[in-house]
Ligand binder design. Structure first.
Ligand SMILES: NC(=O)c1ccc[n+]([C@@H]2O[C@H](COP(=O)([O-])OP(=O)(O)OC[C@H]3O[C@@H](n4cnc5c(N)ncnc54)[C@H](OP(=O)(O)O)[C@@H]3O)[C@@H](O)[C@H]2O)c1
Length: 293
């Protein structure tokens, strides 16, 4: 298949592009930053021209405004990108008969549930970012019925500023590490998610919850990252959300489960601890390579 990946210079988009190419697809990346091709997804004329030229069979739509705190003040910009930009991609998908996969977030939920959220739970975002991503889900499904929504959470990868990398670097530099212990979610490695997204493209349209298995707090996540990098995890100190003021409210509990994935034969992703161990090994290798250059 010929597959267009939006946001291909970003953390997830980079891995999606690599996984699709590895599976033998013709995968083409578009991004506002340097990529195979420069494309602003908020420009419907440019989007239409790109579809006309590339004639994709499928689109994985990763481009987004992803600054959760920034969205509280840049709300219009976030809507323009996450809702209007998604609508413009979805419109083009319908016009050209292309299947769409839109990447969404656990932040569409309010975090008041005490069991994992499944695909049929009613979204209720508590921050502007979550509202704009939910608007993007609705815009995608309205404009293009052949849409798969992939909701994921707490992403980290090797091609962006990722939480475990930041923690490991800070621990190495002996900086104090105070990490929130009362928000619980499912950290997800972008390489694993990219493999699942490649599978979802062949699944029927609908909403899919896709995260690494299990749940943890940011604090435990940080401790594991430090430990896997062969340092003493006791350097990480637990704090409460109210001790770390930020512009956006975040759900206290945003663990997701999937009713849809098993029903269409999609395999569960591996436990988050195993995925984090793979990330830390690759991250530490990269640091050693950079140091020896
Ligand atoms: N990160 C997470 O924890 C997380 C969790 C759940 C869901 N998600 C979702 O997963 C997807 C990928 O996230 P990510 O963390 O990989 O994001 P990311 O690294 O910020 O990548 C997004 C890419 O889109 C680009 N972009 C911004 N505006 C654009 C435009 N107008 N046209 C084309 N490209 C544009 C960005 O460029 P600039 O960097 O120059 O703006 C960036 O390269 C997003 O849909 C996000 O909402 C992320």
């Amino acid at each position: 298949m010929t597959i267009l990946v939006t946001g291909s210079a970003g953390m997830l988009g980079t891995d999606v592009l690599a996984v699709l190419k590895g599976r033998g697809h013709t995968a083409l990346g578009v991004d506002i930053r340097a990529s195979d091709r420069m494309l602003d997804i908020t420009d419907p004329t440019a989007v239409s021209a790109a579809f006309h030229e590339i004639r994709p069979d499928a689109v994985v739509h990763c481009a987004a405004y992803t600054n959760v705190d920034g969205a509280e003040t840049d709300t219009d910009i976030a809507y323009r990108l996450n809702a209007l930009g998604t609508w413009s991609i979805a419109q083009a998908c319908r016009r050209y008969g292309v299947r769409l996969c839109y990447v969404s977030t656990d932040y569409v939920f309010d975090g008041t549930k005490r069991q994992p959220y499944h695909e049929f739970d009613v979204p209720h975002p508590i921050n502007a970012y979550g509202e704009t991503k939910l608007a993007g889900e609705r815009a995608a499904c309205t404009a293009c019925p052949d849409t798969r929504i992939v909701r994921t959470a707490w992403l980290y990868g090797l091609n962006g500023r990722a939480f475990p990398g930041v923690i490991i670097r800070a621990a190495r530099e002996g900086r104090p590490l105070r990490v929130v212990a009362d928000q619980v979610g499912s950290p997800t490695f972008t390489v694993d998610l990219a493999e699942t997204i490649a599978d979802v493209l062949d699944a029927p349209h609908g909403t899919y919850h896709c995260t690494n298995a299990g749940q943890t707090s940011w604090y435990e996540f940080a401790r594991h990252a430090v430990q896997f990098a062969n340092m003493d995890p006791s350097v990480v100190e637990p704090i409460r959300t109210r001790d770390w003021p930020s512009a956006a409210c975040r759900p206290r509990y945003s663990v997701m489960t999937s009713l849809m994935c098993p029903s269409v034969g999609l395999s569960a992703m591996r436990p988050w601890e195993n995925a984090l161990a793979s990330y830390v090994a690759a991250y530490c290798d990269e640091c050693t390579d950079n140091a020896s250059r």
